[in-house]
Design a protein around this ligand. Structure first.
Ligand SMILES: NC(=O)C1=CN([C@@H]2O[C@H](COP(=O)(O)OP(=O)(O)OC[C@H]3O[C@@H](n4cnc5c(N)ncnc54)[C@H](OP(=O)(O)O)[C@@H]3O)[C@@H](O)[C@H]2O)C=CC1
Ligand SMILES: Nc1nc(=O)c2c([nH]1)NC[C@@H]1CN(c3ccc(C(=O)N[C@@H](CCC(=O)O)C(=O)O)cc3)C=[N+]21
Length: 296
């Protein structure tokens, strides 16, 4: 049976480090602004969790909850204000945005030095160029890398990594991080041929697809490290009528019988995403104060 990678525990370690760095930052508090447009209930849960963790870290935390009808111009105005506010070191605009707002335009309006999501082209470019020392790396892939390092150590040289999914938020930055760590990386997507056979070549298999339990046990190489990024809410009639539960993109029980180590859902990558947002924000505050960049 695979070792279960305890993302909650590793996230607590990261948050503990953020707290200590915050306490050591004389004079200023790291400031995080989270902007949410509309009332998507899942988004509300994540945003509440981000604000709670930010307060726990000792941050100055502000949340802008805007009506679903908010115009793009209004949102861009708020971002301009946050860009200019010296008490704010990190700005996160919760995605997805309503259809009448151009999400790309909004993301590129965030000052790159406050882009703690790592979605601005400046940060995307730095990651692509391997400039990890100065980039903000997207939180989910950054957190996934810390989990992989906990299992395999920091030296991932020569390992075969397969990333299933090529989104700008997860798949592509994940692949770039694994490449920077000297893995041999393959990115798979909806047009990939014989995905099960490709997945079986992976020493490190990352699933970021958004399809409940798609990755089966016989897709997993014995002993592989499996990182399940997927968060899917599905019906759970066994828990009662109308009840739901969270599952990943990996058929957990089957995969755990074969893998060397695996992340659960919930309690795997999800908590790491929030922890790395705090890490990026404290990094931003240190840089703004002219201090050395802390590492995680
Ligand atoms: N734990 C966390 O903190 C986070 C979790 N998530 C979760 O991760 C998952 C992925 O998110 P995200 O990257 O934003 O999703 P996207 O929908 O943006 O991307 C999904 C990717 O999966 C690929 N794909 C879809 N179907 C298949 C298939 N049948 N076979 C192979 N590849 C396929 C798509 O391919 P193509 O490009 O060809 O369409 C695409 O590249 C979701 O469940 C999301 O909820 C996301 C962010 C944070
Ligand atoms: N600009 C932006 N940045 C994001 O990072 C971002 C976003 N938009 N939009 C939505 C996705 C999703 N996301 C998650 C964060 C934490 C959990 C998390 O903590 N999950 C818990 C379970 C939570 C539950 O029970 O619902 C877990 O996996 O254990 C999940 C998903 C960040 N995202």
């Amino acid at each position: 049976m695979a070792d279960v990678i305890d993302g909650k525990k590793v996230a607590e370690d990261v948050v503990g480090k953020v707290k200590a760095l915050t306490a050591a930052l004389a004079g200023t508090k790291p400031g995080l602004a989270v902007v949410i447009v509309g009332e998507d209930p899942a988004s509300q849960v994540y945003v509440a969790s981000k604000s709670r963790t930010a307060k726990e870290c000792g941050f100055h935390s502000v949340q802008h909850t805007l009506k679903a009808e908010t115009s793009e111009a209004e949102l861009l105005g708020i971002i301009a204000d946050l860009n200019a506010d010296s008490a704010i070191h990190g700005i996160l605009v919760q995605l997805p945005l309503p259809d009448h707002i151009d999400a790309g335009k909004v993301i590129q309006a965030i000052a790159p030095e406050k882009d703690v999501d790592g979605f601005h082209f400046i940060n995307v470019g730095k990651l692509g160029a391997g400039e990890l020392e100065t980039a903000f790396v997207p939180c989910t892939p950054a957190g996934s890398m810390l989990l992989i390092e906990r299992v395999r150590g920091k030296d991932l040289s020569g390992l075969n990594a397969v990333v299933v999914g090529r989104s700008n938020i997860v798949g592509k930055p994940m692949a770039n991080l694994l490449l920077a760590a000297n893995c041999t990386v393959t990115i798979a997507h909806s047009r990939t041929k014989d995905l099960p056979a490709l997945a079986r070549t992976a020493d490190i298999l990352v699933a970021a697809v958004g399809r409940p339990e798609m990755v089966k046990g016989d897709w997993v190489k014995p002993g592989a490290t499996v990182i399940d990024v997927g968060i899917n809410r599905i019906a759970a009639p066994e828990k009662g009528e109308g009840k739901t539960r969270l599952v990943g993109d990996v058929a957990y029980a089957e995969a755990a019988a074969v893998a060397g180590a695996i992340t659960p859902v919930p309690g795997g990558v999800g908590p790491m995403t929030i922890a790395m947002l705090m890490a990026n924000t404290v990094i931003s505050a240190y840089l703004a104060a002219g201090l050395d960049r802390p590492s995680f």
